[in-house]
Write a protein that binds this ligand. Structure first.
Ligand SMILES: *[C@@H]1O[C@H](CO)[C@@H](O)[C@H](O)[C@H]1NC(C)=O
Ligand SMILES: *[C@@H]1O[C@H](CO)[C@@H](O)[C@H](O)[C@H]1NC(C)=O
Ligand SMILES: *[C@@H]1O[C@H](CO)[C@@H](O)[C@H](O)[C@H]1NC(C)=O
Ligand SMILES: *[C@@H]1O[C@H](CO)[C@@H](O)[C@H](O)[C@H]1NC(C)=O
Ligand SMILES: *[C@@H]1O[C@H](CO)[C@@H](O)[C@H](O)[C@H]1NC(C)=O
Ligand SMILES: *[C@@H]1O[C@H](CO)[C@@H](O)[C@H](O)[C@H]1NC(C)=O
Length: 480
């Protein structure tokens, strides 16, 4: 039998492996710089126990390197040195299982090239597999880290974020991780191949960017991924914006009392800060269970407010993480309305009353001519009493004596929004000292009747004049 060792001589430079020598390996492998790659490989060689004694050594060489003088890139022979730039990075599998797999860690651009496998055992097996070669391409690092996040992030709930780089090495120098982000109170711990960040999101972290940076090859190569934090949080700082008379006032604090002039329109806007947006609605009074809202948006329009529409209005912000409400009270203000005055005689006294409604409640005053009648005068010629309840102020006046020269009695109601006056003409024969009971009133009535007859007569004559005589002739413009 021809020793297998002689076969190369017989086959010359053929690219066919020698009989018994076979290699199964991928011929082209791409890897991104800094990442790891496992290249599976298996080999066989002719082995006869009687002449192939000795240790089994396997090596990978760069193509073109002389296997006798140049160091391999990887070897399992502890006596043999390897190239410095691949030392500790190109790792071989156990050859006794016919395994020539190559594990390459923290790949560098300079690793790009073609490699050959060589087996050695005793003096008879000394073989470099020239048929199948491994070509390694180390390309730019484009792989970004993955950030694992448990969604949704809820404000106040601690959560864990995990950052890892697919393709980074198992064993060896692990990549270094760093978290960068505004407003993150971080607490992170790093495993060999991932980094876990524990943090409790706050509302202000919503919309922030969080970056995981991974540094490989001792910071020579860096890659990072940025995520946008979507933090769910319950409504906070609920505010009401109000605009009327084109004036916009924002930020009404809780339970403010707003006076509004009757007839004016009010536009209320409820604003809540939450994520996702809260369901806003407006209620009259306080919202109870099953209360129907008067608006199902944040906007409440109150056109032409009238008296009686005052009261409490509440805006409610409903959210799956909690609800909030804010109220304001509306008071409708208006200038006085006047009822009266009306007067009547009683026991030689003239009794007059006057009522007024206004918000805020009005002040009522009496005037006889220019003289202001107030309270209880010392000479007791008149008496004024006033009572007030809610928006009403009612006042009565009793006139008994002496103020006979003035005939016009005024009742005047006033509040900050306006003044109303009404007057009565007192009977001209009003003589408080004359003991004539209701005579002056009878005389007034007669006088009134006479005046009425006089008026009717005048009107009738005028009508006759216009209908019968055609009235005054108009002067017609004459043409030139
Ligand atoms: C070869 O060795 C590598 C690393 O030691 C291992 O992952 C792989 O499974 C082995 N292959 C076979 C076919 O045993
Ligand atoms: C987050 O990152 C994006 C894009 O990188 C940028 O446009 C944005 O301004 C960043 N946001 C913050 C709050 O820094
Ligand atoms: C309110 O604004 C509108 C349009 O902006 C304008 O036409 C109107 O005159 C303004 N009214 C008052 C009272 O300023
Ligand atoms: C409104 O808010 C107050 C305190 O902010 C709370 O006590 C009340 O229960 C809330 N009402 C509703 C209907 O949510
Ligand atoms: C009573 O007092 C008022 C002023 O308080 C005065 O105008 C009036 O003349 C007085 N009448 C008499 C009869 O003294
Ligand atoms: C005042 O007068 C009005 C109208 O007559 C009446 O409704 C109201 O109850 C009165 N108020 C008081 C305090 O007397």
């Amino acid at each position: 039998m021809v020793p297998l060792l002689l076969l190369p001589l017989l086959w010359g430079g053929s690219l066919q492996e020698q009989a018994g020598y076979e290699l199964g390996v991928q011929q082209l492998v791409n890897v991104q710089e800094g990442l790891c790659i496992h290249v599976p490989c298996s080999f066989s060689y002719p082995w006869f126990p009687w002449y192939s004694s000795g240790e089994l050594y396997t090596h990978w060489y760069r193509v073109g390197d002389n296997t006798r003088y140049v160091h391999p890139v990887a070897t399992n022979n502890p006596q043999k040195a390897v190239k410095l730039d691949t030392k500790g990075r190109f790792l071989l599998a156990d050859p006794r299982t016919n395994n020539c797999s190559l594990n390459i860690r923290e790949t560098r651009k300079s690793d790009t090239g073609t490699y050959v496998f060589r087996v050695e055992r005793g003096r008879n097996v000394q073989y470099t597999y020239q048929d199948k070669k491994l070509t390694l391409w180390v390309t730019e690092l484009t792989q970004k880290p993955d950030i694992l996040i448990q969604e949704p992030l809820k404000s106040g709930h601690p959560t864990e974020l995990t950052c890892s780089l697919p393709g980074s090495c198992q064993g060896g120098i692990s990549p270094s991780f760093a978290w960068v982000g505004a407003g993150i109170d971080s607490l992170d711990h790093q495993n060999l191949h991932s980094s876990v960040l524990t943090f409790t999101p706050r509302p202000q972290d919503h919309g922030m960017n969080l970056t995981c940076q991974v540094k490989l090859q001792g910071s020579r190569v860096t890659t990072e991924r940025t995520i946008w934090l979507n933090v769910f949080y319950a409504p906070q700082s609920l505010t009401i914006g109000m605009s009327f008379r084109n004036v916009t006032a924002l930020k009404i604090v809780r339970d403010t009392l707003i006076p509004i002039l009757e007839g004016e329109s009010l536009h209320l806007l409820c604003v809540s800060d939450s994520n996702p947006p809260a369901q806003l609605s407006w209620f009259r009074g306080s919202p109870a269970l099953n209360t129907i809202p008067i608006s199902t948006t944040g906007i409440l329009e109150l056109p032409q407010i009238r008296a009686g529409e005052e009261g409490k209005f509440t805006c409610q912000a409903q959210h799956l993480l909690g609800s909030q409400n804010i109220s304001l009270s509306l008071s409708v203000v208006y200038p006085p309305w006047l009822l009266g005055p009306s007067c009547s005689w009683e026991d030689e006294c003239l009794h007059c009353s006057c009522s007024s409604q206004a918000q805020p409640a009005p002040l009522l005053r009496w005037r006889l001519g220019d003289v202001l009648l107030e309270g209880q005068p010392s000479n007791a010629s008149y008496k004024v009493t006033c009572s007030s309840a809610g928006p009403w102020t009612n006042s009565s006046l009793s006139l008994s004596a002496g103020l006979s020269t003035h005939f016009r009695l005024n009742c005047e109601a006033e509040n900050v929004h306006g003044t109303q006056r009404a007057s009565v003409l007192l009977p001209p024969r009003y003589r408080p000292r004359e003991q004539q009971g209701s005579w002056p009133l009878v005389l007034t009535l007669i006088r009134g009747a006479l005046m009425g007859v006089g008026f009717l007569l005048t009107y009738g004559l005028t009508w006759l004049y216009y209908t019968r005589c055609g009235g005054p002739q108009r002067i017609k413009p004459t043409p030139d």
